[in-house]
Design a protein around this ligand. Structure first.
Ligand code: KG4
Ligand code: ZN
Length: 351
């Protein structure tokens, strides 16, 4: 027997970085997840160029909306609410999504929810694995953020336990990939080449894990020292005229990042007495991170939930998923003069 989800029909728009995402969900059922990426336009700069991203969002918005509605087999008239990422993210990029969402909400006469991008990365897992365990510990790792959050009810707020004090985990992957001559964005390429490498080839530093650092930064991360260590190691090899074993360096770097992420996430879960770890954000697509988290968590009796890779990277479905949960729990919508807030705090789920 198939069950029919009779939850709210919600459209979600995401434009915080370089992905124009439009997702449509009914309750916790994913109906459409249309994404247009401008990543190729940024590749030659080795990072996302905000102005280029904003323009690409403008061009992609209407076609992506149409594609989502067609895939879902719904008319925009039918939606119960419109949700949009109001922050954090690139100001100009966010503005495009917020303006589109306002126009839709106003034109259709439907409530508007301006939501937090990070809370969306948490909520999206409901589309794949059902209701979130309450509480759960979330490790969010992407190109822009690396955070450990305690989530009691994702529609109310999350408690930040720790975050990166310098580079985000994805940023470290992208920078190291560049050093190794791999294309942008580097995460998936490091992941791929590391499969043929020896993770114990170089013992790279594990940031903020010394006894002294743990006193002040138990749940915080630092990846810039690791990036520098990889750069120095590669330079030394090149100076000596020796070839750089790309796969081994990639695997050793990846091992260092994953080791710290998993170690700290499980330490936080144990400390808080939480037995569910949720991993989200683009870096959650990393195969070593997934395997290591599963293996070490199992030993502690902690269950790991990771959405499939396509739902880990930025998309509109995650915003629709959060919107749907907000509607289902009767949360107040945003005002129609909702601003885009590039530094929206993680504690503000609905702006
Ligand atoms: O969540 P996301 O799509 O966008 C941001 O909000 O930043 O994350 C993108 C980041 C990039 O840094 C990319 O290199 C990284 O996620 N990433 C990965 C993998 N796939 C994407 N990092 C490591 N391994 C992967 N398989
Ligand atoms: Zn993201």
């Amino acid at each position: 027997m198939t069950t029919v989800d009779d939850g709210p029909l919600v459209l979600g728009i995401e434009t915080s970085c370089d992905e124009t995402g439009v997702g449509i969900v009914r309750g916790r059922t994913l109906l459409a997840d249309a994404v247009a990426s401008s990543v190729d336009e940024h590749a030659r700069f080795g990072g996302v160029v905000p102005e280029v991203a904003s323009r690409a969002h403008l061009e992609a918005m209407v076609p992506t909306l149409e594609r989502a509605a067609e895939t879902a087999g719904v008319r925009l008239d039918d939606v119960d609410a419109v949700a949009v990422t109001s922050g954090p993210g690139l100001a100009g990029a966010l503005l495009v999504g917020v303006a589109a969402a306002k126009a839709l909400a106003l034109g259709l006469g439907k409530p508007l929810y301006g939501v937090n991008h990070l809370a969306g990365h948490v909520a999206v897992d409901q589309l794949e694995h059902g209701p979130l365990p309450e509480p759960c510990l979330a490790l969010l790792v992407s190109g822009g953020h690396s955070s450990l959050l305690e989530v009691e009810d994702v529609t109310v707020g999350v408690e930040p336990l720790g975050a990166t004090i310098d580079d985000a985990a994805g940023e470290a992957f992208d920078k190291v990939a560049r050093l190794l001559g791999l294309p942008f964005p580097g995460g998936p390429h490091v992941d791929r080449v590391a499969r043929d490498g020896d993770a114990a080839y170089v013992e790279f530093p594990r940031g903020l894990t010394s006894r002294r650092d743990l006193e002040r930064h138990r749940f915080d991360f630092s990846f810039s020292g690791l990036k520098t260590a990889v750069a120095r190691w590669v330079e030394a090899r090149e100076r000596a005229g020796e070839p750089v074993p790309v796969a081994d360096v990639a695997a050793s770097f990846q091992e260092a990042v994953c080791d710290v992420l998993v170690r700290k996430a499980l330490d936080a879960a144990t400390d808080r007495g939480i037995d569910h770890l949720l991993i989200g954000g683009g870096v959650a697509a990393n195969s070593r991170l997934r395997a290591m988290a599963e293996e070490r968590a199992a030993r502690l009796g902690i269950r790991v939930r990771v959405p499939r890779p396509g739902l880990c990277t930025d998309n509109g479905a995650m915003i629709a998923a959060l919107g749907s949960e907000l509607v289902a729990r009767g949360r107040e919508p945003s005002a129609l003069d909702l601003p885009a807030d590039s530094s929206q705090p993680i504690t503000t789920v609905v702006a």
